[in-house]
Write a protein that binds this ligand. Structure first.
Ligand SMILES: Nc1ncnc2c1ncn2[C@@H]1O[C@H](COP(=O)(O)OP(=O)(O)O)[C@@H](O)[C@H]1O
Ligand SMILES: [Mg+2]
Length: 129
């Protein structure tokens, strides 16, 4: 479990830590690549969307758990939650589509003022998919 501040400079480190842990748990390179993509998208969303620009603290939590034939990645923040679309969208809105394409299943939980949690599952290896 990693706990750190949601800042752009921290994302590469989180991605590499998740990749290293996944390899340790027996993930093949395809799964490692998918997890790197997913963790980048999820953390970038926390950096970009979770907190107002002037937030004094920007907590970000990332965990990777071993399950029977797969891995569970969870990315959590304590931000404002998913807001209704504001017209001036900042991104391409591809992040969650990518997560959906990569994972066996994902769950996005968010509440106004209660933060957001993205949980997703991937098979440990291609031969278990
Ligand atoms: N952690 C988060 N906190 C608040 N809103 C979020 C969070 N993650 C995603 N969102 C919302 O979901 C939308 C879709 O995310 P995504 O598919 O990654 O597209 P993009 O980041 O390019 O806008 C975001 O535009 C944002 O409104
Ligand atoms: Mg995004």
């Amino acid at each position: 479990l990693l706990k750190l501040a949601a800042q752009p400079k921290n994302i590469a480190g989180v991605r590499e830590a998740v990749a290293a842990r996944a390899r340790q748990l027996g993930a093949d390179e395809g799964t490692v690549d998918d997890l790197k993509t997913a963790v980048s998208e999820a953390c970038n969303n926390v950096v970009l969307h979770a907190y107002p620009d002037d937030a004094p603290e920007r907590p970000l939590e990332v965990s990777l758990r071993q399950e029977k034939n797969g891995l569970q990645l969870a990315v959590r923040d304590q931000g404002q939650g998913i807001q209704p679309r504001s017209g001036r969208a900042k991104g391409l809105r591809m992040g969650l589509l990518l997560v959906g394409a990569i994972s066996t299943c994902f769950v996005l939980r968010s509440g106004h003022g209660r933060g957001t949690e993205l949980t997703l599952w991937v098979p440990l290896r291609g031969d278990l998919a």
